[in-house]
Design a protein around this ligand. Sequence first.
Ligand SMILES: Nc1nc2c(ncn2[C@@H]2O[C@H](COP(=O)(O)OP(=O)(O)OP(=O)(O)O)[C@@H](O)[C@H]2O)c(=O)[nH]1
Ligand SMILES: [Mg+2]
Length: 297
Amino acid sequence: MQSFRTGYISIVGRPNVGKSTLLNRLVQQKLSIVSRKPQTTRWSLHGIKTTKNAQIIYIDTPGLQKNPKLALNRYMNKEVINSLTYIDAILFVIEAKKWTELDENVLATLKKVSKNRTILVINKIDKLKDKNEMLSFISMINDKTGLTEIMPVSAKKNIALGKLENLIVKKLPVATAIYPEEQITDRGERFFAAEFIREKLISRLNKEIPYRLSITIDEFKSKKTHVDIHATIWVEKKGQKSIVIGTEGNVLKAAGKAAREDLEKLYNKKINLKTWVKVKSNWADSENALKQLGFSD
Ligand SMILES: Nc1nc2c(ncn2[C@@H]2O[C@H](COP(=O)(O)OP(=O)(O)OP(=O)(O)O)[C@@H](O)[C@H]2O)c(=O)[nH]1
Ligand SMILES: [Mg+2]
């Protein structure tokens, strides 16, 4: 009989390469929020996939930034570094046809940890024209990184993810499962409520506002037939507050409705969601405000 394997796999890369999309696909459940805008993920999150032969605990991490100035971004980088302390392998995610200074920065960080535990995942291969384009990119990336385990995939179009999973399982030590079979994440209900609201606002807002939003959940009451959720959306300035609310409340209403629908799918229960928008000046660059909003070491 095959031995059961269990371990931790961190998903690391620069912002916007598709790390969260990949985690959601690998665990076959929407857990991590995704957007077209970079710097979407702020917190690490475990997505757990248990099969007959293995339990893979994937860790989605924020996009690693180079020399971040804002306290929030320094916190996000710390989340990435912390995730690298207890893992069995790393998925270093890059984007097809793109190799940037930020990818170099991620590589330099990973080299300090351990190169031979790294699988280089080239995501978004659906954007490539043909096989030749892929082969020349792989050869260039192999020269640049010295990494030999390279896996081209598309998280969005579900290409080669089974192959990737097989490769990952081989990296895990023989061990019994850490989480119960049915558990799919380490995060609690309030976390997802806050994150899904943030996702729906990010996609409806522009410029700097997506980066200046933080959500706290003030009430989460699970009843027999439904869940009551009260959420506060924190912004940095008064002007941002009226934009988040929108004309006659249209932005907030639409975001709330979309978040509710996602949460109803996750919890299989009706959701009553109430939201408030409040101002906390300069929260993203204040260590104190960050702590109050739940960002802690
Ligand atoms: N064409 C294509 N787009 C993809 C693929 N995977 C992800 N995307 C898109 O890339 C964008 C970024 O995806 P995310 O999953 O949020 O990226 P991320 O690396 O988690 O980003 P941060 O959390 O900001 O670091 C979204 O618009 C996704 O739909 C893919 O395989 N193909
Ligand atoms: Mg992400």
